[in-house]
Design a protein. Structure first.
Length: 140
């Protein structure tokens, strides 16, 4: 039932839609520093900070991950793959300067699919949301 009726990309209840068969390309970063209790914003000391994360896709191996700092993207270093359909580790050094920043990451898989930056494709069930991961950071 779940894979034939429930997990379907629909634009309306009347739309038969397309079955969800593969995980869309996705990446996450491990938030650096420590969280502020109230805002959950991460607090980081100025200077070099190693940012690490994971990326995966149901359409093939991950071939690229980028780290975004305030909307500017740089290439991350990919760890050796475990196999074609396992997650892949990545890392990038960030030189943290005092102030408010937003860190993000986006992955690209072998088929050329890349995470959307501004808006995830909408569907009635909310399935397959793979919008980029963002983390607000305060550098002191």
């Amino acid at each position: 039932f779940q894979n034939t009726i429930a997990y379907v990309y629909r634009q309306s209840l009347e739309d038969p839609g397309a079955q969800v068969t593969r995980i869309r390309v996705r990446s996450l970063l491990m938030p650096p520093g420590f969280p502020d209790f109230v805002t959950r914003t991460r607090i980081v000391d100025a200077g070099p900070v190693m940012i690490r994360g994971r990326a995966w896709s149901g359409s093939g191996p991950i071939v690229r991950v980028e780290l975004g700092v305030d909307g500017a993207w740089t290439e991350a270093k990919l760890d050796e793959p475990i196999d074609d359909f396992a997650w892949r580790g990545w890392s990038a050094e960030w030189i943290a300067e005092p102030g408010e920043h937003v860190l993000s990451c986006r992955a690209t898989d072998e088929s050329g699919d890349t995470q959307p930056v501004d808006e995830a494709p909408w569907n009635y069930g909310g399935f397959g949301n793979n919008l980029i991961h963002t983390v607000p950071v305060t550098v002191r």
